[in-house]
Ligand binder design. Structure first.
Ligand SMILES: NC(=O)c1ccc[n+]([C@@H]2O[C@H](COP(=O)([O-])OP(=O)(O)OC[C@H]3O[C@@H](n4cnc5c(N)ncnc54)[C@H](OP(=O)(O)O)[C@@H]3O)[C@@H](O)[C@H]2O)c1
Length: 316
C-alpha cells in the first residue's frame, strides 16, 4: 500500500501560526461580569442594558438577539425598543431620551447601522454618556484620550484584553494599526500607546494617506488590521513571526470577509482565527461596560471600568 510522502517540503498553505481565539478571553471577562452582577443583585439591584433597533435589517436583528441572550444568561434586564424603518430622527431621539431618563436602565446601545435617512452620530450625542456601553459617545472618546474614567470602545478594549490574555507583550514593541477609523483604528492607537503594562507600545497608524503602508506593517511586532477591506493584509505585509490581529471585516450578505488573508498564518507567529477572534471579546467588553455603568449608577464601590484600564493597572 502506498504511503503519502513524509519528507517533502510542507505544502505552501500549511498554517504554522499559533491561533488566538477570542472565546477564552471573552469567557474570562464574562465570568468577572457575572460575579459583579451577582453582587449587585444581592444589593437588590438588577443591572439593565437597554437596546434600540431601527428597521428590519436581518443582521442587526441577529446581533440584538445575541446580546439579549447574553444579557439574560448574565442576569441583566434587557428592555428593548424596535422602531420601524420609517422612524424619524426625532422618534429615535425620543426613545433614547426615555432610556436616558429611566433610572432602572444603566446601559444603552443603539444597534449600528441605522437606516440611511437617520444620523447615528447625532443619535449617539443624545445618549447619556454614562449609559453609552459602546464607549463611542464623543465625551467618552475624550475621556479615553485624557485617561479619565469612562466606558472604553469595545473592540479596541477587547483587542488589548486578547493580547494580555495570551501574554503577548506590546510594551516597548512596534504595533502597527492599518486603519484610522473611529470605531477601531483610532481609539485602539490611543489605548495601546497609554502608559500601562498591557499597552505602552510604539504605535504607528497607517491608512490611505500612506502610499507605502507595507513598509510599516512589515516591521510590526504586532499588526492590527482595521481597514474593512477584504484580504488587504497578505503574507508579504507581515514580518515573519509577528502577531497578526484581524479586526477589520466586511459582510457580503451573511458571508464574512476578513481583512487578513488566511495565508498570513504561514508567516505570522500568532494570529486570530478567521471567525471567533476579535468578535467575542467585543461583546464581552460591552457587558463589562454595562456592569460598570450599573455599579456607578448605584454608587457601588469597585467599578473598575476606567478608561485606560482595559486589562491591567496603570504604570506611574
Ligand atoms: N470584529 C469586530 O468586532 C469589529 C467591531 C467594530 C468594527 N469592526 C471592523 O473594523 C473595521 C474598521 O472599522 P472603523 O469604523 O474603525 O473604520 P472605517 O471608518 O471603516 O475606516 C477604515 C480605515 O481603513 C483605512 N483604509 C481603507 N482602505 C485602505 C487601503 N486600501 N489602504 C490603507 N488604508 C485603508 C481607511 O483609511 P482613510 O482614513 O485614509 O480613508 C480608514 O482609516 C471595519 O471593517 C469594521 O467592520 C470589527
Amino acid at each position: 500500500m502506498s504511503q503519502p510522502a513524509s519528507n517533502g517540503p510542507e505544502p505552501e498553505s500549511t498554517p504554522s501560526a499559533r491561533l488566538l481565539p477570542g472565546g477564552p478571553v471573552a469567557e474570562r471577562i464574562l465570568a468577572d461580569v457575572a460575579t459583579r452582577v451577582a453582587a449587585l443583585t444581592r444589593e437588590g439591584v438588577t443591572p439593565s442594558l437597554a437596546t434600540v433597533l431601527v428597521g428590519d435589517d436581518d443582521a442587526s436583528a441577529g446581533y440584538i438577539r445575541i446580546k439579549q441572550r447574553q444579557a439574560a444568561e448574565l442576569g441583566f434586564a434587557s428592555p428593548h425598543e424596535h422602531l420601524p424603518a420609517s422612524a424619524t430622527q426625532a422618534d429615535l431621539h425620543a426613545v433614547i431620551t426615555a432610556f436616558n431618563d429611566d433610572p432602572a436602565v444603566h446601559g444603552l446601545l443603539v444597534q449600528h447601522p441605522v437606516p440611511r435617512h437617520l444620523d447615528y452620530d447625532r443619535a449617539l450625542q443624545v445618549m447619556d454618556p454614562d449609559k453609552d456601553v459602546d464607549g463611542m459617545h464623543p465625551l467618552n472618546i475624550g475621556r479615553l484620550a485624557l485617561e479619565l474614567p469612562g466606558p472604553l470602545p469595545c473592540t479596541p478594549a477587547g483587542i488589548e484584553a486578547l493580547l494580555a490574555h495570551y501574554e503577548i507583550p506590546v510594551a516597548g514593541r512596534e504595533v502597527v494599526v492599518l486603519g484610522r477609523g473611529a470605531t477601531l483604528g483610532r481609539p485602539l492607537s490611543i489605548l495601546l500607546a497609554q502608559k500601562r503594562p498591557t499597552a505602552n507600545a510604539a504605535v504607528t497608524v497607517v491608512h490611505t494617506g500612506v502610499g507605502d503602508w507595507p513598509r510599516y506593517t512589515r516591521r510590526a511586532d504586532v499588526l492590527v488590521a482595521a481597514a474593512g477591506v477584504p484580504g488587504i493584509v497578505q503574507p508579504e505585509h507581515v514580518k515573519p513571526g509577528a502577531v497578526v490581529i484581524g479586526g477589520g471585516v466586511r459582510y457580503e450578505g451573511r458571508r464574512l470577509l476578513p481583512d487578513v488573508d488566511e495565508s498570513c498564518a504561514r508567516v505570522a507567529g500568532a494570529i486570530t482565527p478567521r471567525v471567533g477572534g476579535v468578535g467575542p471579546t467585543t461583546v464581552a467588553m460591552l457587558f463589562r461596560n454595562a456592569i460598570t455603568a450599573a455599579e456607578r449608577a448605584v454608587g457601588s464601590a469597585d467599578s473598575a471600568g476606567a478608561a485606560g484600564s482595559a486589562a491591567g493597572e496603570k504604570l506611574r
